[in-house]
Write a protein that binds this ligand. Sequence first.
Ligand code: 3PY
Ligand code: MG
Length: 277
Amino acid sequence: MSQRGGLTAGGVGPGAFPATALEHGGPHFNGWLCVPSPLVAETVARAGFGSVTLDAQHGFATFTSIVDCVAAAALAGKPALVRLPLGGFGLGARALDAGAAGLIAPMIDTAADARAFSDAVKFPPLGRRSWGPNRALGLLGLDRPSYLARANELTLALAMIETELALSNVDAIAQTDGVDGLLIGPNDLSVSLTGGVAVDPGHPRVIAALGRVLDAGRRAGKPVAIFANSPAYASDYMRRGFPMIALGPDLGFLAAGAERTLSDVFDAPAIGASPGG
Ligand code: 3PY
Ligand code: MG
């Protein structure tokens, strides 16, 4: 399968994911990975996704697996993002040093949360990221001065909007310097908007909130991405104009492939003569 919504803007390689890459030719599809395996990262990156996310919040990514999976995705020519654990901004800066092309911070509820995220993962003047891009330099093919000058623009920082509080602050979050875009977490958003009654990305309150977040992104001039639980949600989000759609997780891909393979055994046409025929 060919790559859909890949990164072509500015000819940047797998160590970078500038927000401008989401301006044209979308949507960009991202493969969401729970399994901390370089083979899984490489396989999904080769399967047509434009990038992968290594999930260190609900998935099993660790700093060591991030180091390995970034390399595996790069082998397939694709950038790897990292979804951080709650408040895990320190891990984010280390992941960028190791060549992650971007970061996704969960549960960003206020402008102060957004500011703390940006502070940790962007160099001055946007933030206070500490210097040490040991693998990132080689992966981007940049020398020290060029990396310092361009890293803020080349590495994507996405703030997750997934609570009622985040929705009420969505403009302030979107307009925070150093936050390059938003990513809607529709599962948590449904839990929050129903007061813990439902986990359902199709809940009317979640659907009503989608336009509100897209509008905030438009006002800030920043892209709004979304996580899709299934291909049906992904195609709905595509019709709504989201420039980036994350699909997953990988365990779901594996389960769907395993089920389809087994059921294909029963649906397959006969090969050659039947025994005794
Ligand atoms: C959510 O939908 O809440 C997410 O965090 C997607 O992984
Ligand atoms: Mg969530």
